[in-house]
Design a protein around this ligand. Structure first.
Ligand SMILES: [Zn+2]
Length: 259
């Protein structure tokens, strides 16, 4: 290779490296809405709370050119779970972040929980919660049109392997995202406990991109419900999720450069 050619290559690669990493497209999914209020305890209504936090998070992400942001809903409107998945797929979102609020029979239950989907059998408690969050879908005909089981069996072996690798990659990225979220929460000593769980929630099972479902707290815990209704605390939650997304983006960008 002559020197001139080498110089050209170096110049071209310098140009390539100087490009900023592409914006990460986040699809925020405030759960429930409209007739589907989600959990309601006193003045605390899940559908309203998660929409407020999603809007605060959207404002933070919009100010940052490293991110692109979309929402599955901006109004108090009922949107089916398959439609939410479809929106994320059509937008070619890089990450799907679903926001929910918890409810439990035990009033003492508290804290933030992060759910990701993998292939292991979910624990019973998670399964129960998932069935509650999914119940709007159970009678829906749309479920059949999106499941596509027959289509999968027609595909060849190589396609199946590629799909398996993609699933694996998606699962690992989802896990990495949930771990990043718990790290952010873990840095805050005043925060109540944050845990990672797995459950077959419809929206995080059906999306092809890495996804996480965040239960922002328990509406059945009077102290936590009061806190969730406070706008400063809502800002704090949005800020924490934003910090985690920043840290996640940093991790994947660094990983790409190392390759
Ligand atoms: Zn919910």
């Amino acid at each position: 290779m002559n020197f001139c050619k080498l110089k050209q290559i170096v110049a071209a690669s310098a140009l390539l490296w100087s490009f900023p990493a592409s914006a990460l497209h986040i699809m925020l999914d405030p759960g429930h809405g409209g007739v589907d209020t989600g959990a309601v305890h006193g003045p605390a209504k899940e559908a309203d709370l998660v929409l407020k936090i999603a809007q605060r998070l959207k404002t933070l992400l919009e100010k940052d050119s490293q991110f692109q942001v979309s929402l599955t809903r901006v109004l108090d409107k009922n949107i089916s779970l398959p439609s939410r998945v479809k929106m994320a797929e059509e937008a070619k979102a890089d990450l799907f972040v679903s926001l929910h609020a918890n409810a439990a029979a035990d009033q003492r239950a508290k804290g933030v929980e992060f759910f990701f989907q993998n292939n292991l059998p979910p624990d019973e408690e998670s399964l129960f919660l998932a069935s509650q969050e999914n119940q709007m879908i159970l009678n829906s005909q749309e479920l059949h049109s999106i499941s596509g089981g027959d289509e999968l069996s027609k595909k060849g072996d190589i396609a199946a392997i590629v799909e398996d690798l993609q699933r694996q990659n998606r699962m690992m990225s989802s896990l990495r995202l949930t771990q990043t979220l718990t790290q952010v929460w873990g840095n805050d000593v005043t925060a109540s406990q944050a845990t990672i769980k797995q459950a077959p929630f419809y929206v995080i099972s059906k999306t092809s991109m890495p996804s996480v479902l965040i239960e922002i707290g328990f509406l059945t815990n009077p102290r936590e419900a009061k806190r969730l209704l406070n706008s400063e605390y809502q800002n704090d939650l949005a800020q924490k999720i934003y910090s985690a997304l920043l840290s996640y983006k940093e991790k994947i960008d660094n990983h790409t450069t190392l390759d």
